[in-house]
Design a binder for this molecule. Structure first.
Ligand code: HEM
Length: 295
C-alpha cells in the first residue's frame, strides 16, 4: 500500500511546478492561493494526528485486553466484551475470531505506519512489505467477519446492521483489489487514492466505535437504540455514516486537492477540521468509557 498523509501537500507542489517563479507575474492573489493549499494540508495533518492517537489507543486495547487473555490461555475472557465471542468446543470459529483479533491489532498499527511520511521516506522497503501484509490482513478481516456473521451467527445487532457491515466488508475487498491492481500496473497516482480509500474502509469499525461514543456523550446516554439488544435506528444511521461517509469525504478531498479554486480548498479544510474535532471528542469518550478501563 503506497499512501501517505504527505499526499495532502502534493497539490501545492504540483501546481507550483506549473509556474516558473522567476517569470510568473506576481499577483496579490498568490499568497492567498498558497494559503489555501497550506490550510488543506494542515487540516489533513490534524485529521491524521487525531486518527493516529485514537487508533493507537484502540490497538493498545486490542493487545492489552484480547492479547493478554489469549496469551494467558484464557480466551473465555473475550466474552466480557463479546457475549458470544468464545464458544467452548467450537474450535473452528474460536480460531476465526482469534485470527480476527490478532489481525485487528496488526492492521490498525500497519495502517498508521503506511500513512506516516517519515517511514515511507526513510525505509521504503518496510513500507512496501507492510503494504503487502496490510492487503492480506484486510482480506482476512473482511472474509473472517463475513463468516462470523453469516455462517456462525449470533453477531451483535439486527439483520439490517449485519447487512450494512457486510457491505463494509465488500468495500474493503474491492478497495484492496483495486489498490493492489493499480500498483501492479504502476499507476501510483490511482494506487494512492485506492489505498487511502482502503484505509478508510478498514477504519470503518473504528469510526463506528468512536461515533457511538460521541453520540452517547452528546446525548448523555443511549438515545435511538436499545443498549441491551444493540438494535435501533441510531445504530443503522451510525453504521451508514461510519462505513460510507469517509468515502464521500475522501472523494471531496481529492477534488479539492486538484481544484484551482481557493474557496474549494478552504471549504474542504474547514469541513475536515470540524469532522476531526468531532472525531477527537469520540476518541476521548471511547478511550475513557470503552478501551482504557478494560486494560
Ligand atoms: C477491518 C477492520 C476490522 C477491525 C480492526 C475489527 C476489529 C474487531 C474487534 C477489536 C473485535 C472485538 C470486539 C471489540 O472489542 O470491539 C471484533 C469483533 C468482531 N468483528 Fe471485527 N473488525 C474489523 C472488520 C470487521 C468486518 C468487516 C466485519 C464483518 C463483516 C467484522 C465482524 C466482526 C464480528 C462478527 C465480531 C464478533 C462480535 C461478537 O461476536 O460480539 N469485523 N472486530
Amino acid at each position: 500500500m503506497n499512501v501517505s498523509v504527505e499526499d495532502a501537500g502534493a497539490l501545492g507542489h504540483s501546481h507550483a511546478g506549473a509556474f516558473s517563479p522567476a517569470h510568473a507575474p506576481r499577483t496579490s492573489a498568490e499568497p492567498y492561493a498558497r494559503f489555501g493549499a497550506t490550510a488543506l494540508r494542515a487540516a489533513a495533518v490534524f485529521w491524521f494526528i487525531v486518527t493516529a492517537a485514537g487508533q493507537l489507543i484502540f490497538a493498545t486495547y486490542i493487545a492489552g485486553f484480547y492479547g493478554r487473555a489469549t496469551l494467558a490461555g484464557r480466551p473465555a475472557l473475550w466474552n466480557k466484551v463479546m457475549p458470544h465471542g468464545y464458544v467452548a468446543g467450537d474450535t473452528f470459529f474460536n480460531l476465526v475470531l482469534g485470527v480476527h483479533l490478532a489481525f485487528a491489532f496488526v492492521i490498525t498499527v500497519g495502517g498508521l505506519m503506511q500513512l506516516t511520511p517519515a517511514i515511507r521516506r526513510r525505509v521504503p522497503a518496510l513500507h512496501r512489505w507492510t503494504g503487502r501484509a496490510y492487503l492480506i490482513a484486510a482480506a482476512l478481516m473482511a472474509t473472517g467477519g463475513l463468516m462470523m456473521i453469516w455462517v456462525r451467527g449470533g453477531a451483535p445487532g439486527d439483520v439490517t446492521a449485519n447487512v450494512i457491515i457486510s457491505f463494509n466488508a465488500l468495500l474493503i475487498l474491492t478497495c484492496a483489489a483495486l489498490a493492489w491492481r493499480r500498483a501492479r500496473v504502476r499507476r501510483f497516482d490511482l494506487h494512492r487514492r485506492w489505498a487511502l480509500r482502503l484505509f478508510l474502509a478498514v477504519s470503518g469499525v473504528w469510526f463506528f466505535r468512536i461515533g457511538l461514543m460521541f453520540w452517547i456523550v452528546v446525548n448523555r446516554g443511549p438515545v435511538g437504540f436499545d443498549p441491551d439488544s444493540f438494535t435501533g435506528p441510531a445504530l443503522i444511521v451510525l453504521g451508514l455514516l461510519a462505513y460510507f461517509l469517509p468515502q464521500g469525504v475522501a472523494g471531496l478531498y481529492f477534488r479539492a486537492q486538484q481544484s484551482r479554486s481557493k474557496s474549494a480548498k478552504f471549504a474542504m479544510a474547514s469541513g475536515l477540521t470540524v469532522l476531526s474535532l468531532v472525531m477527537a471528542v469520540g476518541v476521548a469518550a471511547a478511550a475513557a468509557i470503552m478501551w482504557l478501563p478494560r486494560l
